[in-house]
Design a protein around this ligand. Structure first.
Ligand code: WTA
Length: 695
C-alpha cells in the first residue's frame, strides 16, 4: 500500500479524488459558495449558509462537521467508519475508528510530493543570524534515517521513546520518526532536572530509549543535557540505550549505553539537492516504511502538573489530535499557503507539539524553531527574527510580552514587521497593558491579536477571537469565541449549568472534540477523577471563566492548586513535596508577578531544634526545587513561620494564604473555621516585614 517514504502519486491522487467525490455527494448548491470561501472542508455540509451557521452546526451536528473536515484535511490509507464513540461520564473518547493513517506521512510525504522544495523548518539557532532552513524533502530524509535507526535498535510499534532535547530540527525529526514507525514519544522539556526527567521515564514501564544532545545552548549559556541524562539514568534501569546528537563541538563522556547519532545529522547542501530531485521522481535513497496506524493508537505522552500527586502523562492519539492541531492552526491564525509561522514555544510543551510541529507541518507550512530567549543577545531578538525570517504569524507568551514591554518601544521599532499578519498569545491570561502594547507597538495596530485559551489536555486551541468575521470585534485580554465544535459551559458551585451571560463559573466542555486527551498514561481512573467526575457528563478544565454580556469568554485563572509561572504549570503540592524533608511543614501558593504572571510564595515552618540561618535554608530549599523539578519552580519568596493557619481538622487554609500574599486582607473571608485565627495575624505581620522588597 505504501511506496517508499509514504504517499505515492497514486495514493495522493486517489485520496483527492475520493475527497472531491465525497464533497460533491452532499453538496447543496445554496450553501456551497458562501462557506467554501472561508472553509473549503465544510463546503459539502448541507444547509450551512455562513460562518455563524457553520459554527452552530459544528456543535449541533458535530459528527457531520468532523467527518467532513477529517476526510478533507487528512490523508487516510483506510477511511474511518465511525466518526465518534464517546461517553464523557466514563472518560471514553474515540474518534475516527476504522480509519488508518500515518502522522508522518500526513506531515511530510504528501507535501514532499506536491512541493518538495518548500521550506518546512527554519531553525532560529541561539546564535543570532545563523538560522538554518530544511525543506520538506530534507526533513523527510532525516525522519526516515532516524526511523530506520530506531527500528534497527529494536524500537517497535507501541513502544515509547523519551526525547530530551532543545528545540531543533533533530528533535522534530525524532518526534516524526517515532510517529513513522508507530512508536509513541514522550518529549521532556530540556529545562527539567535529572530527577524530573527520571520520574517521567519511570512512570511508563515501556520507556526504553532516550534521544538527547551533548549540550544545549540557550541565551548564550551552555546546559549539560547529556550529563543530566546520565544522572537520571542512575534511577532508570529499564533504559537500555541513549542516542546522543552533537549540538556543540564539545565532546561528552560516552558510556556503553550511549550511541552517537552523527550518522543521522543533517546532510551537506549538495546531498540535499540530490534528495529533492529524487523526491520528485518518487525515489528516495532513504526509505522507511511508515507504519499503518489506527486512529486511536497512541501518538504521544506529555507530562503536565496537576493539583495533587505526581505529574500526569496525558495521552494523545493519532488522527483526532492531528486533525485538531491542523484545523486550529489554519483557522485561528488565518494561516495561508506560503506563510512563515513563528511560534516561539519550546517543543517540550504542548504549544510546541501542536503549533511548532504537528499543526503547521500537517498544513505544509514553514514553521520556525526558536532556540533562544526573547532578550538574547538583546531585547530586539524576536523582532529582528520577524524581519529576517519574514514571519507572518507570531505566537508567543504573555510573560515575554510583559518583559519586552519594560525594555521600551525602540527595540521593536528598529525592525521591519510589515510581514506580520496575526499575533497570538498563549499560556496564561494576557493583561490589558501587555495586550495593548502587543497590538499597538508590535503589530502597528493592524494585526489581530488572538488570545488563545487551551491546555495540554485539549490538544489544541479551544477558545480564541478568531476565526470570526474579518472585522468582528476583538476585546483586549479575552479569548472570546469557542472554536468550531467546542461547546463551553460555566458551572456554579452546586454543579448547575449557568445559562445567563455576565456571569462567572467553572469552565467545562459539554461535548467531546477530536483533539482532547484520551487518558492519563497508566492511570485512567485519575483521568476520570480529575476531568469527568467533578461535573458528571462534562469535561472540567480546572479553570474559571467569565462570560460577558455579549457571550464572550474570559479566563479568570486556575480553580485548583496549580500555579502558572511564566506560562508553565506547576502543582503547589509538587514543590511542597520537595521541600518537605527539610522542614516541618510547608504551604506553597501563587501570587501576582508583574513579569511571570504568577510567582511562587512558600510558607515554611522549621523543624524543632534546627539551628540554621534562614538565608542559608532559603538557598538550600531553592536549590532543592531546582534540582528536583526545574529552575522555574523555585520559590521567589520563602517566609518562615511559626505555624500555618489550619482548620480544626488540620487542613492548611491555602485560600487564606493566597489572600494574604495578594495583600487582600479585606477578602480573607470567614476565619471562624480556623483552629487559631492568631496564626493568620502572625503571618501578616511577618509578611509586612518583607513588604519593601516584595511589593
Ligand atoms: C492557562 C498551555 C488564560 C490555563 C497551552 C490553562 C490560559 C493552562 C490561556 C494550561 C489563556 C492557557 N488565557 N489562561 N489564553 N492559555 N492558559 O497545559 O490556566 O501548559 O488551564 O497548556 O494555562 O497550560 P498548559
Amino acid at each position: 500500500m505504501w511506496l517508499p517514504c509514504g504517499c505515492t502519486s497514486k495514493y495522493v491522487a486517489s485520496s483527492f479524488a475520493r475527497r472531491t467525490l465525497a464533497s460533491y455527494l452532499h453538496v447543496s448548491g445554496r450553501s456551497r459558495c458562501n462557506v467554501a470561501a472561508f472553509m473549503p472542508e465544510a463546503a459539502g455540509l448541507e444547509g450551512v449558509s455562513g460562518r455563524a451557521a457553520l459554527r452552530e452546526l459544528s456543535v449541533s451536528n458535530s459528527e457531520s462537521f468532523w467527518a467532513a473536515v477529517a476526510r478533507h484535511r487528512l490523508c487516510w490509507s483506510t477511511p474511518f467508519h465511525t466518526v465518534q464513540d464517546c461517553d464523557l461520564s466514563r472518560g471514553k473518547i474515540k474518534w475516527f475508528e476504522g480509519g488508518k493513517l500515518n502522522v508522518s506521512v500526513n506531515c511530510l510525504d504528501r507535501h514532499v510530493h506536491t512541493c518538495p522544495e518548500r521550506v518546512a523548518l527554519i531553525w532560529e539557532r541561539d546564535e543570532r543570524g545563523s538560522e538554518m532552513k530544511y525543506t520538506y524533502g530534507e526533513l523527510l530524509e532525516m525522519t526516515c534515517r532516524l526511523g530506520n535507526l530506531l527500528r534497527r535498535h529494536g524500537v517497535k510499534r507501541g513502544d515509547c521513546v523519551t526525547i530530551y532535547m532543545p528545540t531543533c530540527p533533530l528533535a522534530v525529526a525524532s518526534m516524526l520518526a517515532c510517529a513513522r514507525i508507530g512508536a509513541a514519544h514522550n518529549v521532556v522539556f530540556a529545562g527539567f532536572s535529572a530527577d524530573a526527567l527520571a520520574e517521567r521515564i519511570r512512570d511508563g514501564e515501556m520507556l526504553l530509549l532516550i534521544i538527547t544532545v551533548n549540550q544545549g545552548v540557550r541565551g548564550g549559556k551552555v546546559t549539560e543535557l547529556k550529563k543530566t541524562v546520565d544522572t537520571a539514568m542512575q534511577s532508570c534501569p529499564t533504559v537500555k540505550q541513549v542516542f546522543v546528537a552533537m549540538r556543540t563541538d564539545n565532546p561528552v563522556t560516552m558510556t556503553a549505553r550511549d550511541i552517537a547519532m552523527e550518522e543521522v545529522r543533517e546532510q551537506k547542501a549538495n546531498q540535499i539537492l540530490e534528495i529533492q530531485i529524487q523526491a520528485v521522481e518518487g525515489e528516495f535513497d532513504v526509505v522507511c516504511e511508515p507504519a499503518v496506524m489506527n486512529s486511536e493508537d497512541v501518538l504521544f505522552l506529555l507530562y503536565t502538573s496537576g493539583s495533587t500527586g505526581k505529574p500526569k502523562g496525558l495521552v494523545h492519539t493519532q488522527a483526532g489530535y492531528l486533525l485538531y492541531a491542523a484545523l486550529t492552526h489554519r483557522y485561528v491564525f488565518s494561516y495561508h499557503d506560503g506563510d512563515v509561522f513563528g511560534c516561539v514555544a519550546d517543543i517540550g510543551w504542548i504549544t510546541g507539539h501542536s503549533y511548532v510541529v504537528y499543526g503547521p507541518l500537517a498544513n505544509g507550512a514553514t514553521t520556525v524553531l526558536f532556540e533562544s530567549t526573547p532578550i538574547y543577545p538583546d531585547p530586539g531578538r524576536y523582532w529582528d527574527m520577524v524581519e529576517r525570517l519574514k514571519i507572518n504569524q507570531f505566537y508567543g507568551a504573555p510573560t515575554a510580552i510583559r518583559l519586552l514591554l519594560k525594555y521600551g518601544d525602540q527595540w521593536v521599532n528598529k525592525y521591519d514587521r510589515s510581514t506580520l499578519k496575526t499575533l497570538g498569545s498563549v499560556g496564561e491570561p494576557i493583561n490589558t497593558e501587555a495586550w495593548e502594547w502587543y497590538h499597538r507597538v508590535v503589530g502597528d495596530g493592524r494585526c489581530p491579536v488572538v488570545d488563545t485559551w487551551w491546555q495540554t489536555e485539549t490538544g489544541g486551541i479551544c477558545i480564541a477571537p478568531r476565526p470570526s468575521d474579518p472585522d468582528a470585534e476583538i476585546v483586549p485580554g479575552m479569548a472570546m469565541r469557542p472554536f468550531f465544535g467546542i461547546n463551553p459551559v460555566l458551572m456554579d458551585t452546586e454543579g448547575e449549568v449557568l445559562t445567563s451571560n455576565n456571569t462567572s463559573g467553572a469552565l467545562c466542555m459539554a461535548q467531546p472534540w477530536p483533539g482532547m486527551a484520551r487518558t492519563i498514561h497508566n492511570n485512567h481512573q485519575r483521568f476520570i477523577d480529575t476531568y469527568f467526575q467533578p461535573y458528571p457528563g462534562y469535561f472540567f478544565t480546572g479553570d474559571g471563566a467569565y462570560r460577558s454580556e455579549e457571550g464572550y469568554y474570559q479566563i479568570t485563572g486556575r480553580l485548583d492548586d496549580v500555579i502558572n509561572v511564566s506560562g508553565h504549570r506547576i502543582g503547589t503540592a509538587e514543590i511542597e513535596d520537595v521541600v518537605c524533608p527539610a522542614v516541618a511543614e510547608s504551604a506553597v501558593v501563587g501570587y501576582t508577578h508583574s513579569i511571570k504572571g504568577q510567582g511562587v510564595y512558600a510558607f515554611v515552618v522549621l523543624k524543632k531544634g534546627i539551628d540554621v540561618q534562614e538565608a542559608d535554608l532559603s538557598r538550600q530549599l531553592n536549590g532543592m526545587v531546582s534540582e528536583k523539578i526545574a529552575k522555574y519552580a523555585s520559590p521567589d519568596f520563602i517566609q518562615f513561620a511559626k505555624r500555618l493557619p489550619k482548620t480544626r481538622s488540620g487542613k492548611i487554609m491555602r485560600r487564606v494564604l493566597r489572600k494574604v500574599v495578594e495583600s487582600d486582607l479585606e477578602g480573607l473571608g470567614d476565619l471562624s473555621t480556623l483552629d487559631d485565627p492568631a496564626a493568620v495575624q502572625e503571618i501578616i505581620q511577618d509578611l509586612c516585614l518583607c513588604m519593601n522588597t516584595y511589593f
